[in-house]
Design a protein around this ligand. Structure first.
Ligand code: B12
Ligand code: SF4
Length: 457
């Protein structure tokens, strides 16, 4: 496969709002590393790379605003809403590179033998459609393979509307070799052991511009089965890495590329912490790695002990977010039992003792679940504030195939079964009809009462 060129594309986000909370195309970068190991020539265009514009010949520095911690605003421009979203009275935007810069990059790139397109949120598929359309205009006849979360969770929709030639569900490292073998008429093997995450190469981060933050995984999947979550549909069970190998990777990016900010993408970073997170944190401290860690995904509060809290603080975990979701005991039990209110109180107390302040301890509360009353959300906000943490409302995005999907389908205000655009969390598609948008805004304001905002969220 020495001569075969593969272009990987991370498409734009089309949405009402988007913020770069360390958003990097980790799945595509992992596939790029495996492809390169097998002898393919790989190139990548990350439409969300805020620094890419400067790499275009004659390109000007972007107007992006970055924070010190490697997150910040995406460049964006207002675009017309897709037909289905016309009645929504909010502005719609394309986040990422301008299409003219994208075309310039394509023109400076030699024609690939194959294009791999990734996808993240199901409701971001218009960015996929646009990217495929743009590339087809430049290279008619080139073959497109589409994978990622949208392709996995909405395969029929993706086949009908994305414009890709082949739609591939699931982890690309397992699915791609036979497809590439058929396309190129030769056997393709990726050099990794699917049961051992440490046998994967590091993601090909050299393919994206300036590395102001690096995404890190210590595991794939999650042992829990919460009814609103797709983790189980997207992963082959719960697989974990050796904690010392994770620290090797952090040290590698820190020493070779000067990276100071790392974002954990795990679904279950703290699960089985005695064997995983605790030794990893001790090793980070022992090696004297002076870097910042961020956890935009909810961590498991149940795992926090006084020792683990001190280790998190000592190792440089700056952005910590926890999944609590609801103060209702019946909701906690019905959705999967990952946490109780007593465990929340106890864990927050340990985090405070370790040195974290109220604004540092972000606690996610799901809102807009099917049938959920405003009182339940309000009680969650008051509880989290009352124990000295920061409540963060996480709007529920209904996901096909999850246990809660049936209820969501019945109660949604939009046709979520037909149109993935309506999965958008910011539409609050399953919000009860007796909760108005004004009520919801009032709940949002309640989360901020008495809180001096600090940090990245
Ligand atoms: C990290 C993460 C984030 C990060 C950003 C990540 C990013 N790069 O954009 C942050 C924290 C910002 C985030 C935010 C949110 N997220 Co999120 N997130 C994830 C998470 C945990 C991991 C994604 C990841 O990088 N995995 C690791 C890499 C290695 O895997 P991967 O990208 O899937 O790639 C593999 C395959 O997909 C495939 N593949 C990928 N591309 C391609 C291409 C080809 C051609 C092929 C063949 C294969 C292939 O192979 C890859 C390697 O195995 C997923 C859950 C999950 N486990 O996937 C949720 C998930 C995607 N998020 C979800 C949700 C709900 C949200 C929020 C709405 C939460 C909220 N209520 O606020 C917000 C929305 C953000 C917004 N609107 O701006 C949902 C999806 C919802 C939907 N309708 O699509 C998920 C599935 C979690 C869930 N609850 O079930 N998220
Ligand atoms: S604990 Fe988190 S990642 Fe695991 S199933 Fe529940 S919501 Fe998903």
């Amino acid at each position: 496969m020495q001569n075969k060129k593969i272009l990987l594309i991370n498409p734009w986000i089309h949405d009402f709002s988007a913020y770069d909370f360390w958003v990097r195309p980790l799945g595509l970068l992992t596939l790029a590393a495996l492809l390169r190991q097998s002898g393919f020539k790989v190139q990548m265009i990350d439409c969300l790379d805020s620094f890419l514009k400067e790499r275009v010949p004659g390109g000007q520095p972007g107007t992006r605003k970055r924070q010190d911690w490697g997150c910040g605003k995406f460049p964006s421009e207002e675009i017309p809403k897709p037909e289905a979203l016309r009645p929504i009275r909010r502005r719609y935007r394309r986040y990422g590179l301008s299409p003219s810069v994208f075309r310039q990059i394509l023109q400076a790139t030699s024609r690939p033998d194959l294009v791999l397109v990734g996808s993240m949120m199901t409701y971001w598929y218009p960015g996929v459609v646009e990217a495929i359309g743009e590339v087809r205009t430049v290279w008619p006849g080139v073959t497109f393979l589409l994978g990622g979360n949208y392709a996995t969770l909405c395969p029929d929709h993706a086949r009908a509307f994305s414009g890709a030639d082949v739609v591939i569900a699931g982890d690309g490292e397992f699915a791609l070799p036979p497809v590439l073998g058929d396309l190129f008429g030769a056997r393709v093997d990726f050099a990794f052991d699917g049961s051992d995450l440490d046998s994967y190469p590091y993601p090909a981060l050299d393919l994206i511009g300036q590395l102001d933050a690096v995404p890190i995984l210590t595991s794939r999947g999650c042992p829990y089965r919460c009814s609103y979550c797709a983790s189980n549909l997207l992963n082959r069970g719960f697989r974990i890495r050796d904690p010392f190998r994770v620290v090797d990777e952090i040290e590698h990016w820190s020493r070779t590329r000067g990276v100071r900010n790392f974002a954990f993408y795990d679904d279950a970073l703290l699960v089985n912490s005695t064997d995983r997170a605790a030794p990893m944190l001790e090793e980070i401290i022992r090696r004297g790695l002076e870097v910042n860690f961020h956890c935009p995904n909810g961590l498991h509060l149940r795992e926090i002990t006084p020792r683990l809290a001190k280790l998190l603080f000592g190792a440089g975990f700056r952005t910590i977010r926890f999944g609590f979701e609801s103060a209702s005991a019946s909701r906690q039990a019905a959705t999967g039992g990952k946490i109780t209110t007593e465990e929340l109180r106890q864990s927050v107390a340990y985090l405070q003792e370790a040195g974290y302040g109220r604004a540092d301890i972000g606690v996610y509360l799901l809102c807009g679940l099917p049938g959920q009353q405003a009182l339940e959300i309000e009680a969650g906000i008051d509880l989290v504030r009352g124990i000295g943490a920061k409540p963060i409302l996480a709007e529920y995005s209904p996901i096909p195939g999850t246990p809660l999907w049936g209820e969501a389908l019945q109660q949604a205000r939009y046709d979520i079964g037909k149109e993935p655009l309506f999965h958008n969390n910011s539409l609050l598609p399953c919000l009860r009809p007796d909760i108005s948008m004004a009520d919801f805004q009032a709940l949002k304001s309640r989360t901020r009462l008495g809180l001096q905002e600090r940090g990245s969220h």
